[in-house]
Design a protein around this ligand. Structure first.
Ligand code: PLP
Length: 548
């Protein structure tokens, strides 16, 4: 309650009002709506405070575990949200925040998502979604066509077929990857003679029937952690998600892949799926998809491509070639909430074969009846929102050539930034951008020279210190609140596979300009020089090595 002694009663009348009548235009919420629609970026800039507050401080606003016994006025609560939640949110759409895969959103999505929420359709079954079901099937058709490029006849035949699915819409890449591996597992351990299939009889009986000692999934060591979750819940075991060696450019080594498969088969472990990554989360690298496809075909393995982040590149006719071979995949994951600029909660998995999802089909009497067009028969999730509408709208409003421009400019910008880093005497580019992700670190010029002549032991020591320095700079920069880059750990071939902390930058936001990129490294350089402990240690060791 506020101090003005306004008391809100719990009464049915006012509850009816909150279901039907909007807030007045001059109310707090009405005001916010107006400001949001006038200038979204300005609103966010005004209300998100730049200075970082320790999480322990923020937690103090969220300590009460009792559900309130008295209602609050909407206006009062809105102010409360502005003060406690909005102010300490991350400004993901700020052009200087270049560390996230999910960045700025086009403004039209705000009012459009209100329509989506107001309609509150449930895509699990046709009775609660009507037009949203064919809409979602069309969106899946569009993405399927983007990958597999079948003709009009194909899509006319399959897109709206009750017994088939070109894919599944879901909350994100994690569920999409799980769905793909679920289909792959069930196809590899399908019904056969007396055996009714792994879905019915479980993994133990499936292994007994097929005479396997285990099931394995192969992916490069840069594979996304969601695959571990998939291996876990599908009963494969995290240990049987096998990480295959990568080359100097963070791409899977096909020879190592073949060797690993051989090794597994000798142990009677069935490699049932091979995953190619098209845009790794850390470096944006793309695996040699054609070569993986050859191996998967020969081994009769399911070939899945995790293009959660990089899949949108297919929209650019100028860069689509980078993903060559993706059209040979049995399934592909694409996140619309990454490079398609859709709000969080929009993932998709597409299957080349419209019948592939039969292996995970589920029916129930009151819902998902056989022969119905209910999307829920083929989705891991049950109730689902109409997010597909936002993808549908963006495809129409931005269009394929519009996305091409967005993709192309981000790749250009990444190249520009990589060049800029290479021009700096005191920075080191660690991974070149194939798409719009790159990694780098700060290394004082003299230390670079020292590294060139250092002994193995000295090198390792310097490396440890540089790792600490990278961590220090990244953390301070985040705390300063003006800009943000993320941080990850790689094992670059150049440094003998030593674990190396790096800054990671994703240049997807179209509002990020070259001036901002200049100031990001300027700020990092400044911060580095304020490092009280690590930098002096680095300087001392450097001098010792250079015998200064
Ligand atoms: C982001 C990402 C995922 C996981 O997607 P979520 O939407 O976060 O569940 C999987 N694979 C790759 C390569 C990714 O970049």
């Amino acid at each position: 309650m506020g101090s003005d002694d306004k008391i809100v009663d719990v009464n049915f009348e006012s509850l009816l009002r909150i279901f039907t009548v909007p807030e007045a235009p001059d109310s707090t919420l009405g005001n916010i709506e107006q400001k949001l629609s006038q200038n979204l970026n300005e609103f966010l800039r005004e209300h998100i405070v730049a200075e970082e507050k320790p999480l322990s401080e923020i937690e103090k606003d969220f300590l009460n575990s009792a559900i309130p016994e008295t209602p609050t006025f909407v206006s009062e609560h809105t102010q409360h949200l502005l003060d406690t939640v909005v102010s300490h949110s991350v400004h993901t759409s700020a052009p200087s925040f270049i560390g996230h895969m999910t960045s700025a959103l086009p403004y039209f999505l705000m009012p459009l998502s209100k329509i989506m929420i107001a309609l509150n359709q449930n895509l699990v079954k046709i009775e609660t979604s009507k037009a949203f079901t064919p809409l979602e099937r069309q969106v899946l058709g569009m993405l399927h066509r983007l990958i597999y490029q079948q003709g009009d006849d194909f899509y006319q035949h399959w897109m709206h077929s009750a017994e088939h699915s070109l894919g599944a819409f879901c909350s994100g890449g994690t569920i999409a990857n799980i769905t793909a591996l679920w289909v792959a597992r069930n196809n590899a351990l399908k019904a056969d003679g007396d055996f009714q299939g792994v879905g019915k009889e479980g993994l133990y009986h499936a292994m007994m029937h097929y005479g396997y000692k285990g099931m394995a999934v192969l992916v490069s060591e840069r594979g996304h952690y969601s695959l571990k979750k998939a291996a876990d819940i599908l009963g494969i075991g995290q240990q049987n998600l096998i990480a295959v060696k990568t080359d100097s450019q963070n791409r899977i080594c096909p020879i190592a892949l073949e060797e690993t498969i051989c090794h597994l088969k000798i142990q009677n472990i069935k490699p049932f799926a091979i995953i190619g990554v098209a845009g790794t989360t850390e470096t944006g690298s793309i695996d040699p998809l054609d070569k993986i496809a050859d191996i998967a075909e020969r081994e009769e393995c399911h070939f899945h491509v995790d293009a959660a982040w990089g899949g949108a590149t297919l929209m650019s006719n100028n860069h689509r070639y980078l993903l060559k071979g993706i059209e040979r995949a049995d399934s592909v994951t694409i996140d619309a909430h990454k490079q398609m600029y859709i709000p969080m909660g929009a993932g998709m998995v597409l299957f080349k074969n419209p019948s592939a999802m039969t292996s995970i089909e589920h029916h129930a009497e009151y819902i998902l009846r056989k022969g119905s067009k209910d999307l829920g028969a083929h989705t891991l999730e049950g109730s689902r929102s109409g997010m597909a509408m936002l993808v549908y709208s963006s495809m129409h409003i931005i269009s394929r050539p519009g996305y091409e421009l967005l993709i192309d400019q981000s790749i250009e910008k990444a190249k520009f930034f990589a060049n800029l880093i290479e021009q700096q005497q005191d920075f080191e580019l660690i991974s070149k951008p194939e798409l719009c992700i790159l990694t780098y670190r700060y290394v004082p010029l003299k230390t670079k020279k020292a590294l060139a002549i250092a002994s193995a032991k000295e090198k390792e020591e310097l490396h440890q210190l540089l790792n600490e320095l990278t961590k220090f700079i990244q953390k301070k920069q985040r705390e300063n609140g003006r800009s943000f880059v993320s941080r990850t750990r790689l094992t670059p071939e150049k440094w003998g596979r030593m674990e190396t902390n790096v800054f990671r930058v994703v240049l997807a936001n179209p509002l990020t300009d070259k001036g901002i990129l200049h100031s990001v490294i300027e700020e990092q350089r400044k911060i580095a020089k304020t490092s009280p402990i690590v930098l002096p240690k680095i300087e001392t060791l450097t001098s010792t090595i250079l015998q200064l």
